[in-house]
Design a protein around this ligand. Structure first.
Ligand SMILES: Nc1nc2c(c(=O)[nH]1)N[C@H]1C(S)=C(S)[C@@H](COP(=O)(O)O)O[C@H]1N2
Ligand SMILES: [Mo]
Length: 392
């Protein structure tokens, strides 16, 4: 029997209170309907996507510990309890978008087969996470920006749960991101001012603002400072943008080690209301209200969102809602909800195109890659048309 079949999902949490479309039952992967997603600026648990790679652990907070080791640590291994993290370090809150790199994979999958859970456009949510700063915890054990070769070091995280692809979930981020005073990397124990739920990482998870969700390791067990990236499947053999010519697993083999792993996500937006982006009133051109989300990685805020009801021939500028953003370029980690009134013909898909504070614009056509990650094209065209237009 393969390891995959031996994983036991019978103790997964009760999910009665969630209102999500299930993309995969076990491990549990689900996302909300697009119009539910933009109902509130802070995404409630009910509508918050879940991305898991194995059975959900059932941990006892009073017994759970995290161990820290590696380069620069003044002791060989430091073991911290949840109590230590809550009592000895300042508690801060950070609003940020958790977005899976596979968000909108369906758009690429329409072009050509991709490997992964076929997500629609709602594999993201905007939450307020609270906990202690990773940099504060690292400082107490001797790891600060004074460390030699800081730019060559990584912080690797490991979880407790066995996954389909690896013995546990693991990932890493550059030490420079972890130590950046504006990086806001947290060891979080709360989401929206409540203890993390089991699905979202109870009792402790990493949150890495501005980075793809894959780096925000849930059920955190170990932290290691090392001079190489995490050896985990999820860092080395997944979450990479493979070149277009790589179309299967075998070809991917020779490429994984040549391609960098994804850190920050790219500029993104989507029309969420109307839910399918299409005005359906019988053959009447009309002006309708349209809503959606926009976001960018690395702390970049949104500068502008254009919306079109005639396939990109003309655009209207949307009204933006991203409280707390000053138009800045390095420390806004929440998303932007936007609103516009556009003239649309029935049956034409309404599209949006965001520009971030660095002037990055969404791509017009999907750029297909085997893992179906980082799809941010503003066109959401049909399979054949997309293939033709993207010259794939
Ligand atoms: N331990 C663990 N951490 C994990 C994962 C996982 O499967 N196990 N999935 C990652 C991925 S790919 C994403 S997108 C986010 C999703 O976080 P959420 O389920 O809280 O929305 O968690 C990340 N951290
Ligand atoms: Mo993800």
């Amino acid at each position: 029997m393969s390891a995959k079949k031996q994983l036991d999902y019978s103790n997964d949490p009760n999910r009665e209170n969630l209102d999500l479309i299930v993309r995969k039952k076990a491990p549990f992967n689900a996302e909300p309907r697009p119009n539910d997603l933009v109902k509130s600026y802070i995404t409630t648990e009910k509508y918050f996507f879940c991305r898991n790679h194995g059975p959900i652990p059932d941990l006892d907070e009073t017994k759970h510990t995290v161990s820290i080791q590696g380069i620069g640590c003044k002791e060989q291994t430091i073991e911290l309890t949840m109590q230590d993290l809550k009592m000895n370090y300042e508690k801060i809150s950070v609003m940020m978008v958790m977005q899976c790199a596979g968000n909108r994979r369906d758009g690429l999958h329409k072009v050509k087969h991709t490997k992964g859970v076929i997500w629609g456009p709602a594999a993201l949510g905007n939450a307020i996470y609270s906990g202690c700063r990773l940099r504060d915890v690292l400082a107490t054990i001797g790891v600060t920006t004074e460390i030699p070769n800081m730019s060559k070091l990584h912080v690797a995280f490991e979880s407790v749960e066995q996954c389909e692809e690896d013995k546990c979930y693991g990932s890493s981020i550059p030490l420079a991101k972890a130590l950046d005073p504006f990086g806001d990397v947290l060891l979080a124990y709360e989401m929206n001012y409540k203890p993390l739920s089991r699905d979202h990482g109870f009792p402790l998870r990493v949150v890495v603002p501005g980075y793809i969700g894959a780096r925000s390791v849930k059920y955190l067990k170990t932290i290691t400072i090392q001079d190489y990236e995490s050896m985990s499947f999820f860092q080395r053999r997944d979450y990479k943008i493979l070149p277009e010519q790589v179309t299967d697993e075998k070809q991917a083999e020779t490429y994984w080690c040549k391609i960098p792993s994804i850190g920050e996500y790219n500029v993104q937006s989507y029309v969420c209301d109307p839910a399918d982006g299409i005005h359906t009133k019988k053959d009447k051109e009309a002006q309708i209200a349209v809503q959606g989300y926009a976001l960018s990685g690395g702390g970049r805020s949104i500068q502008r969102v254009d919306v079109s009801g005639n396939d990109g021939k003309s655009w209207v500028v949307a009204e933006l809602y991203q409280p707390g953003s000053d138009g800045g370029n390095c420390r806004f980690y929440g998303w932007c909800l936007w609103y516009a009134k556009v003239n649309v013909k029935p049956g034409v898909r309404i599209v949006s195109r965001a520009v971030d504070s660095s002037g990055n614009v969404q791509q017009e056509y999907p750029v297909w890659n085997f893992r179906g990650v980082m799809n941010n094209s503003w066109r959401t065209v049909e399979p054949n048309a997309a293939a033709e237009q993207a010259h794939i």
